[in-house]
Design a protein around this ligand. Structure first.
Ligand code: AHR
Length: 629
């Protein structure tokens, strides 16, 4: 392959390019990024997922029952756990929690916990972390409790373990001496947090945030995905339930088979975006339930207003009604929102007539009138002819497929219009190529890959380089879903897998690919001679901030190594470039403790003709950078 990169004729690229898509799926929020360690901490529930005592177990002569008290902790948290100790009990009584499939016990961590109790009790309550594997207690706090029947009272505790536990097969125990317990006691909102990213209270898991930071993401699409839609009336993603003190958050029946605590709420999402320096792409509920019910036009107005209020809550100054509410919660400085997506996988072109007929327009007009600078995004429309019929709008295109789909889509965006830029808000290869599943769409019946696999990852890179070539019209791209908890998931494959043990972090092959492509950004695409086509694809340009020149290249299904000879106009003989490329066995996946992706780093010096000569193997992804810094 032999081509020249021009020094002129450049096109500015999108400042976003690579980002994160997040929704609570696969316990990626509760039991995942949201660092709370206690599962079912507040017995939240509704008609879809009724309140229950799952994850809680009695100790000694104790009986646990779900209790709907006439004096609840709050109207948002009406259910609690009534703890009754049999009269003839002696010794240790109480209850334990199983956590989100265990608890991490790390010696260097300081843990912060709290709980509410209602009932007459005067004595010590011991909170401890105990191993099922060794039987050993690793951390203990004795809490002096003086509670009464007349009111709920909150107690806090701290501990740090005496050593690391061998694994996460640990429980959190709350125990009392039976002789101190004279009457049933009512408990609620029992919480335990490990250290969080940037030490934020009610914050996020450090290891998962650090993994995301490694990707240098520039945008953050949240909170769905299907999860924003709500399964069925009356459950829609009502943002007002996700703000303020935890006692005021009732929870939400998520779309992915489990109750969401909403501890990870709107403000937490904004702080997450700030902490990783990402541009929020905020999805608002669009009047459509996942079970295919869309609100009729004459019932939409309150939900359109809810979206406008949501933006006032985030962006309004303290003289506005909702801006003042935000300030009361401790955030006087407004957040900045430049992209709002209306719904998830609605469609302007086909299927959901109500979106094209009135729902998108209703949200567009109300949001645009109040916030004319916001780019309003239609959810799920293709690169075809149907665009939002309004200015300053964009679209969100999702694709799940097989490697053949992605590897054949390098030119997919070439004829797309820059008038309505496109976010590739979700993409992933989810199945292997196979008879019957090749083609423009994956086959719902065929088995899924458990983890991203290498040639699927390389095909995604072909697609992403095509997006980079067209970067003036492609806002950016995000793999989806981002996370899976290895103990409870609904969707595979995923970019990052984890469990309760921070040592068990699985960064997939696609993670490695994104890390490489996102880590070196082209800010101005430059024309190249020669056409990229199977099996070799590339994009070239400059980074106007670092002053470097960049080539990104992918070799797909070649049977032999591919020699490159690349000349950059204006860069002469003797110039040095850093070449990094990734390879792995074609069908292999990264699994826990086994990284299959090999990274090759070398220096390439331009020869007497000025050309950089190097060779890339089949199924490789490369970035070459000249003159960085
Ligand atoms: O990423 C998983 C799901 O795929 C998302 O929730 C939805 O938007 C898409 O169909």
């Amino acid at each position: 392959v032999n081509f020249t990169v021009s020094s002129s004729g450049g096109t500015a690229t999108s400042p976003y390019q690579y980002g994160i898509m997040f929704e609570d799926i696969n316990h990626s929020g509760d039991g995942g990024v949201y660092a709370e360690l206690v599962q079912n901490r507040a017995f939240q529930g509704n008609s879809i997922f009724p309140s229950n005592l799952s994850s809680w177990y009695p100790i000694g002569g104790t009986e646990l029952s779900l209790y709907n008290s006439s004096n609840p902790l709050s109207s948002a948290l009406p259910a609690s756990m009534l703890v009754t100790v049999a009269n003839d009990s002696s010794g240790e009584v109480g209850f334990w929690n199983e956590g989100y499939w265990g608890f991490p016990i790390v010696e260097s961590w300081n843990y912060n916990g709290s709980f509410y109790v209602n009932g007459n009790f005067n004595g010590n309550l011991t909170v401890s972390l105990q191993s099922n594997t060794t039987g050993k207690t690793y951390a203990t706090a004795a809490v002096a409790v003086d509670s009464t029947a007349s009111a709920w009272k909150q107690f806090s505790y701290q501990f740090n373990p005496t050593s690391d536990a061998p694994d996460s097969n640990n429980t959190l125990r709350f125990t009392m001496d039976a002789s101190d317990v004279q009457e049933p006691l009512n408990f609620n909102l029992l919480s335990l947090f490990p250290p969080t990213y940037n030490n934020r209270p009610n914050g996020l898991r450090v290891d998962l945030m650090e993994a995301m930071a490694q990707l240098k993401p520039s945008f953050f699409r949240m909170p769905g995905g299907n999860n924003i839609e709500g399964d069925a009336p009356p459950y829609w993603y009502n943002w007002t339930n996700t703000i303020g003190p935890l006692v005021d958050r009732p929870g939400y029946p998520g779309a992915w088979t489990y109750e969401n605590t909403d501890g990870l709420g709107l403000i937490e999402y904004m702080l997450w975006a700030q902490d990783l320096n990402m541009e929020p792409v905020l999805a608002v509920w669009s009047g459509h339930y996942l079970d295919s019910v869309s609100l009729p036009e004459d019932q939409l107005a309150p939900y359109v207003q809810a979206a406008v209020d949501q933006l006032e809550f985030l962006m309004g100054d303290t003289s506005t009604q909702w801006g003042a509410e935000r300030a009361k919660l401790g955030y006087p400085e407004p957040f900045e929102i430049n992209f709002v997506e209306v719904g998830n996988e609605d469609s302007l072109g086909d299927g959901m007539e109500s979106y094209a007929a009135y729902r998108f327009a209703a949200f567009y007009h109300a949001i645009h009138d109040a916030y004319p600078n916001i780019n309003i995004m239609a959810s799920y429309y293709d690169v075809g002819p149907v665009h939002p019929p309004f200015p300053h709008t964009s679209g969100d295109f999702h694709e799940y497929g097989v490697p053949l789909d992605f590897s054949s889509q390098f030119n997919y965006f070439d004829n797309y219009t820059a008038a309505h830029p496109l976010l590739l808000g979700e993409y992933a290869v989810i199945q292997y190529d196979a008879p019957g599943v090749d083609g423009p769409n994956y086959s719902p019946g065929a088995p899924r890959a458990m983890f991203p696999f290498w040639y699927g990852t390389v095909s995604e890179a072909v697609y992403l380089l095509g997006a980079e070539v067209n970067s003036a019209k492609i806002i950016g791209a995000a793999y989806a879903p981002s996370f899976m908890n290895l103990n409870n998931w609904q969707w595979i494959p995923d970019m990052i897998a984890f469990d309760a043990n921070p040592a068990n972090l699985l960064l997939s092959t696609s993670f490695r690919m994104i890390e490489l492509l996102s880590g070196t950004r082209i800010t101005e695409n430059l024309p190249t001679s020669g056409n990229a086509s199977n099996p070799v694809y590339w994009v070239a340009g400059r980074n106007d901030i670092t002053g470097s020149h960049i080539l990104k290249a992918v070799v797909y299904n070649s049977t032999a190594d591919v020699p490159f000879s690349v000349t950059f106009e204006g860069i002469g003989a003797g110039a040095a470039a850093n070449l990094t490329y990734l390879t792995a066995p074609m069908n292999s996946s990264n699994t826990l403790g086994n990284e299959v992706v090999q990274t090759s780093v070398s220096t390439v010096t331009a020869g007497s003709s000025g050309a950089f000569s190097f060779t890339l193997p089949p199924y490789s992804i490369a970035v070459m950078e000249i003159g960085a810094g």
